[in-house]
Design a binder for this molecule. Structure first.
Ligand code: ADP
Ligand code: MG
Length: 806
């Protein structure tokens, strides 16, 4: 009776998921827990991507649960696709309250899990269930909601067919952009306003001035009115509407010149604001410009030039010196150096020869290269990068979310206040209508929150753009803000604090094996692994011109070691814990050699062959010592982090305690934790966060994904070309350069400071203007200048971040 309880509850949990129209998701969950009687409950929270598993501790332990979760994660993730589009503001000022409303409506489409929209950032991204929605269906749904999106810049462009000249209409359409039109309208507003004013002064017929003001109102108000109506349809009130109302109000009380001036300044500040935000998008555009559109492909004996979009995986592409590499691939012939600065921000060219990976958009410098294509143009690292930067533009910082939500109530408040400012003086004080109305309009302009609304995105988008130029990808404004609050930085040791390339220094054969045999067997297994240690071992075998057989049934026990079938027997490469867990204690012969290498601070692995097929025991073949030298700038980086306000720097490693102690001492970190399994790293990060505050975890993203996900902020380093790292981390450093971490912290702290400056300034200006209107009867034009001026100033102050670190 008791035993069936969990089973029942599990079924209910699964059914509950189905009921939520989450059929596809429930399938995955169901499949994954089907063979796991210990799992009693599964909760999945798509919004913050949290998967909660409740389990029966009598039937399984934490390790098993972690395994189940790890099995489920990628499957769940695969079912989701993210669609990123560019969206423009609909005339007038970008309405972020409308973006919020749109998010809500997008989320109601069945199958949509997450939606982020920012008109100021110019991007929209929707994460949806691949099995419930197709990109086409999603596009249709969006059209119904009135979303006018354009494809992301990452989409592969189709070059115009030969001989097909663009029509005159198309060319005209390309020239007359929304931005240019708005600028033209702004100029017309100014001229008409001056004409109207001059007409009044020189005593021209009243009709002349009236006509001029009408022109000024139409030219200056069209965009704002369109935006205001658009917002109303989204059930949002925005500043555009307030401005139009104020201008109309001014005309009503016989101050058309002031109304026209209001519209002119409003349009002008919109134009400036658009220009400013556009600057933050240049990072994407310059990335775009890097992608060659065509490539020289070997087809049989011939060389043909094809558009990049038509080239398949496995095609051979020729890249001549001085050319850009058109697609991601691996070098098959030729030697050269490649300038990767465009993607990684690293200025020193990297040597490339057969077997090395190359990335689309980087520049081949010296020799000719022939590469075998490994990714389609649309999947290339640079295309992913562009898409992720665009996605980042749709992800708002927390401050901005708060302001966008508050804006609605605030705008409502402004309208109420304006109404009171009209009604109260007239009824209670007997003031003439025109005076009260004029003052109310002035007050409304003074109180409008334009500067507040623009201050955060202008700042955060500039920071994101600054990062993108240096090969640092912030996945959204939230992470810029969070990085500023980091108290603890935790580094993974292998491949992060230590140089990317550990080297085999000792091969000690034991029990009658030869040095070469040890290396051959180890290399056969490690050829299947992605671990930096594995690469070192394979590299050592290659350097000695050894050939190794193909291994099968490869298994990896993260943080302990690996095993596989080589020529019919099981070969393992791992640390002592690996063998202890595999039930082999007979490592006595190896222990002395291992201890000696540990003493020298070397990472050490034991190579052994299983006795018989049951793998019940292992016979040691030898020990391999690997020197994992610290990166040259580690000490400086730790120092620089401290100077930027990080309180504690720690090192986490799965390696042996003695090795860890040596490396930690050299690196100058505050503390280290050794002999950790991936789940231990997760636990330690939580403890650090509880005791000291927000933690940033820096890793390579290959075998520390759980830790990257647990930390307040996960930073993956050296991610160019590795998909996992690009996906899991919150901040991605394309280059393999530790020096970027202090830059990230510095930039985000500076961003936070700028955010505050802008907020305080914007609120201050509003306060002063309101006081001036009520106290000394500030004139409408001055109120307009103060209001629009502060909007432009906060934008410019935010833009300064584009130049940070130069
Ligand atoms: P770190 O936390 O320093 O990045 P890992 O958790 O990746 O280290 O690995 C910890 C230890 O596990 C290594 O020091 C090594 O002893 C063992 N190990 C992990 N992967 C392998 C492998 N592919 N081959 C041999 N040993 C491995
Ligand atoms: Mg590691």
């Amino acid at each position: 009776m008791k035993r069936s309880e969990p089973e029942k509850e599990r079924m209910q949990a699964t059914e509950a998921l189905v009921a939520e129209e989450d059929a596809a998701c429930a399938d995955v969950v169901h499949d994954a827990v089907a063979g796991e009687p210990g799992i009693v409950r599964v909760d999945f929270e798509p919004e913050d991507e949290q998967l909660t598993l409740a389990y029966d501790p009598r039937q399984m332990d934490g390790q098993d649960v972690l395994r189940v979760a790890q099995e489920m994660g990628p499957t769940l993730q695969q079912r989701w696709a993210t669609c990123t589009m560019r969206v423009g503001r609909q005339g007038g000022r970008a309405c972020e309250a409308c973006a919020l409303a749109l998010e809500d409506r997008l989320r109601q489409i069945p199958g949509v899990r997450r939606a982020a929209v920012s008109y100021l950032g110019g991007a929209l991204s929707v994460t949806y269930d691949d099995t419930l929605l197709s990109p086409e269906a999603l596009q249709t749904e969006m059209r119904h909601l009135g979303v006018r999106g354009r494809p992301t810049e990452a989409a592969v462009r189709r070059p115009p067919a030969v001989g097909e000249a663009p029509g005159i209409l198309a060319r005209l359409r390309a020239t007359i952009t929304e931005e240019r039109l708005e600028l033209a309208f702004t100029v017309i507003t100014l001229l008409a306003m001056i004409a109207g004013f001059a007409g009044e002064k020189v005593g021209a017929p009243a009709a002349f001035s009236a006509g001029a003001y009408v022109v000024a109102y139409v030219a200056g108000g069209t965009f704002g009115l369109r935006a205001g109506i658009e917002s109303l349809r989204q059930y949002a009130i925005d500043v555009d509407l307030l401005m139009i109302l104020a201008a109309v109000g001014a005309a009503v009380v016989g101050a058309p010149f002031e109304g026209a001036m209001l519209l002119f300044l409003f349009s002008l500040s919109n134009v400036l604001q658009t220009y400013a935000l556009d600057r933050t998008r240049t990072a994407i555009r310059s990335l775009m410009a890097l992608r060659p559109e065509e490539a020289l492909v070997r087809r049989g004996d011939e060389l043909v030039t094809l558009p990049a979009g038509e080239i398949d995986v496995g095609d051979r592409v020729i890249v001549r010196p001085g050319e850009r590499i058109p697609l991601d691939g691996v070098v098959v012939e030729g030697e050269s150096s490649v300038d990767q600065a465009s993607i990684t921000g690293e200025s020193i060219p990297v040597a490339k020869g057969p077997g090395n990976d190359v990335l689309a958009g980087t520049i081949n410098q010296k020799g000719g290269l022939e590469i075998s294509v490994t990714r389609l143009a649309k999947d290339s690292t640079i295309a992913r990068l562009i898409q992720l930067v665009e996605e980042a533009h749709s992800e708002k910082a927390r401050t901005q979310r708060f302001i966008d939500t508050a804006e609605q109530y605030y705008a409502m408040g402004v309208i109420v206040m304006t109404a009171l400012a009209i009604v109260v003086p007239i009824t209670l004080l007997g003031e003439p209508f025109a005076d009260a109305f004029y003052r109310a309009m002035t007050l409304m302009v003074a109180a409008s929150p334009c500067a507040l609304v623009i201050s955060t995105p202008a700042t955060v988008l500039s920071a994101i753009a600054n990062g993108a130029r240096r090969g640092v990808l912030f996945k959204g404004g939230v992470y810029v803000e969070q990085a500023a609050a980091i108290k603890v930085v935790a580094f993974d040791k292998t491949g992060t604090l230590t140089a990317g390339r550990p080297e085999v220094t000792d091969v000690i054969p034991l029990n009658g094996a030869s040095e070469e045999e040890v290396l051959i067997q180890a290399a056969a297994v490690e050829a299947k692994s992605e671990h930096p240690l594995a690469e070192a071992i394979v590299e050592a075998a290659r350097a000695r011109d050894l050939a190794w057989p193909d291994a099968t049934a490869f298994q990896s026990k993260t943080g302990s070691g690996v095993s596989a079938q080589v020529n019919g027997s099981t070969i393992a490469v791992g640390n002592r814990r690996f063998y202890r867990e595999a039930g082999a204690d007979g490592l006595d012969g190896a222990s002395a050699a291992v201890d000696a290498l540990y003493g020298e601070g070397k990472t050490t692995v034991v190579v052994a062959r299983a006795n018989g097929a049951d793998e019940s025991g292992y016979r040691v073949m030898g020990v391999i010592g690997i020197a994992d030298v610290l990166r040259a700038n580690t000490r400086d980086v730790v120092q620089a982090l401290k100077e930027r306000g990080v309180e504690r720097v720690v090192m986490l490693t799965g390696d042996n305690r003695r090795v860890a102690a040596t490396i930690a001492e050299e690196a100058g970190v505050d503390a280290f934790h050794a002999e950790l399994l991936p789940e231990d790293k997760v636990r330690i990060l939580k403890e650090e966060a509880d005791r000291y505050g927000p933690v940033a975890m820096v890793g390579d993203g290959v075998n520390d994904a759980p830790a990257l996900a647990t930390a307040t902020i996960g930073i993956a380093m050296g991610a160019a070309g590795t998909d996992v790292a690009l996906e899991t981390a919150d901040i991605v450093l394309m280059a393999d350069d530790l020096g970027q971490i202090p830059y990230v912290i510095g930039l985000s702290r500076k961003t936070r400071r700028t955010l505050w400056q802008n907020l305080v300034f914007a609120v201050g200006v509003i306060g002063v203007l309101i006081a001036a209107v009520l106290g000394v009867g500030l004139a409408l034009p001055l109120s307009v200048i103060g209001h629009e001026g502060s909007t432009v100033l906060v934008s410019l102050n935010g833009l300064r971040l584009l130049a940070y670190g130069e």
